[in-house]
Design a protein around this ligand. Structure first.
Ligand SMILES: C[S@@+](CC[C@H](N)C(=O)[O-])C[C@H]1O[C@@H](n2cnc3c(N)ncnc32)[C@H](O)[C@@H]1O
Length: 262
């Protein structure tokens, strides 16, 4: 039986791989790299560096082009759902082909997941679809990684939660569309293409980080009123410089300290 591991590799700092992740990479026969397209070349480079640092000499690295997603913003709801469905099916085909063609029947294959595989990462979903098709069987291992959210909190030296209070994790798209969530005063925002933090109140605090854990890391924190323009300018300049940006932030309604009870 093939063994497939989804290994969380942290979000840019090679020292954020766990011992379990390193052991999984060392034991791998094949590591699969999914190339997400030209704008992410330097991200693929970071992945390769992390991988080369830990895999054994006998391990093969197989790179395949990931399925491109049709992101036409003019799609109506039905068309959008159909486009996502089609994209998922094409990805499942690619993954199934990699497993059948590149991994021996008793081999150990690894898919790398940026950060942690449980947060806004489709690898587990796609492998579930491959398994449901029944064309190639495998045992699945999931190795957690340090997510960009944890890395961000550590770099700002903050706790994400306040005593007994919820933490909300959402996307920039949702924050922009729905505003600050009604039931939480602490909101982590990922996948923000549009500086959605501007929906926050002037007195809310923001803890923002781009390329966290990498040599290009940028950190800014303060009252939204004081730092929103600086963050918007920094992220635009960084996007121009690198061709891509990955940033995450915590928005915090002021009130209690992290240790205060409400
Ligand atoms: C597709 S999601 C993957 C999240 C990943 N699974 C994790 O655990 O961090 C990509 C988003 O993660 C965040 N992200 C990933 N790496 C980051 C980094 N080094 N610095 C800041 N944000 C990062 C950004 O919000 C980015 O838009």
């Amino acid at each position: 039986m093939r063994t497939v591991s989804v290994v969380g590799i942290g979000s840019g700092n090679p020292e954020h791989l766990t011992v379990q992740a390193i052991n999984e990479l060392k034991a791998a026969d094949v590591v699969f790299m999914l190339d997400k397209g030209e704008e992410r070349e330097s991200l693929t480079g970071l992945r390769t560096q992390i991988c080369e640092r830990y895999v054994s000499g006998a391990c093969r690295i197989v790179t395949a082009s990931d399925a491109r997603r049709d992101r036409d913003p003019t799609h109506r709801t039905g068309q959008y759902a159909a486009a996502v469905e089609d994209w998922r099916a094409r990805r499942a085909e690619i993954y199934a082909r990699l497993l059948t063609d590149e991994l021996a029947e008793d081999g150990r294959g690894v898919f790398l997941a940026w950060g942690d595989p449980a947060l806004y990462d489709s690898t587990l979903h796609v492998l579930g679809e491959v398994r449901a098709r029944g064309t190639v069987g495998f045992d699945l291992h999931v190795i957690p990684g340090i997510s960009s959210v944890q890395a961000l909190a550590a770099r700002h030296q903050i706790s994400l939660t306040r005593t007994g209070r919820p933490l909300h994790i959402t996307t920039g798209r949702r924050l922009a569309a729905e505003g600050f969530p009604a039931h939480s005063d602490d909101v982590v925002v990922m996948l923000d293409a549009r500086a959605a933090f501007r929906v926050a109140d002037a007195n809310d605090e923001i803890y923002w980080g781009a390329y966290v854990g990498t040599p290009d890391e940028i950190l800014i924190s303060g009252r939204v009123a004081d730092v929103a323009d600086r963050i918007a300018a920094e992220r635009e300049a960084a996007r121009q410089r690198h061709g891509w940006i990955m940033d995450t932030y915590l928005l915090r309604r002021p009130g209690d300290t992290a240790d205060g009870a409400r």
